[in-house]
Design a protein around this ligand. Structure first.
Ligand SMILES: Nc1ncnc2c1ncn2[C@@H]1O[C@H](COP(=O)(O)OP(=O)(O)O)[C@@H](O)[C@H]1O
Ligand SMILES: [Mg+2]
Length: 150
């Protein structure tokens, strides 16, 4: 994957600057740059093998780049571990999700949401469905109040 550098004035929420990632015998990313402003939505498209997942892995600390830099709110996070990057606010999903089978569906949601202040559901749930069990309810999300079962 290659891209033209995108230079703008001012600090962006996310800046990927000239990221190169080499695997043995293969350059998966070749000086990739992008910039994402707050509340902006940016799509990353390309054929299989073009480097999308590799870029997301580099941005979120699962892979270290060969060269280049990732900045969040103007802080260089390039070599931070994934958990530190997630706590700093850069989150990602995975193509194949892995649930905590011993937790309820709602508790699984809570685990990913707890950084954002949702911490009380486990103590409130009476007979919540287990992960992997059929469940006809829905979970609503209320900004500022967290999740609600219906
Ligand atoms: N861990 C790895 N080791 C070696 N090569 C890899 C590794 N991960 C990805 N690649 C290679 O890097 C290229 C980009 O892969 P990937 O980022 O998965 O593409 P995409 O997500 O766009 O389908 C592919 O040629 C792939 O085979
Ligand atoms: Mg992929």
């Amino acid at each position: 994957m290659t891209s033209p550098g995108t230079e703008h004035a001012g600090a962006a929420a996310l800046v990927v600057k000239e990221i190169t990632k080499d695997f043995v015998g293969l350059r998966a990313l070749d000086s990739v740059s992008l910039r994402l402003d707050r509340e902006e939505i940016l799509g990353l498209i390309g054929p299989n093998g073009s480097g999308k997942t590799t870029l997301v892995n580099v941005m979120t600390g699962f892979l270290k780049p060969t060269m280049g830099q990732v900045r969040v709110d103007d802080v260089d996070i390039t070599r931070w571990p994934p958990h530190k990057i997630a706590r700093f606010g850069l989150a990602r999903t995975f193509q194949t999700i892995k649930l905590f089978k011993e937790l309820t569906v709602l508790e699984n949601v809570e685990v990913s949401a707890c950084k954002h202040g949702v911490t009380t559901w486990a103590s409130q749930g009476a007979s919540l469905p287990r992960a992997g069990q059929p469940w006809s309810g829905t979970i609503g999300w209320h900004p500022g109040r967290g999740a609600a079962l219906r």
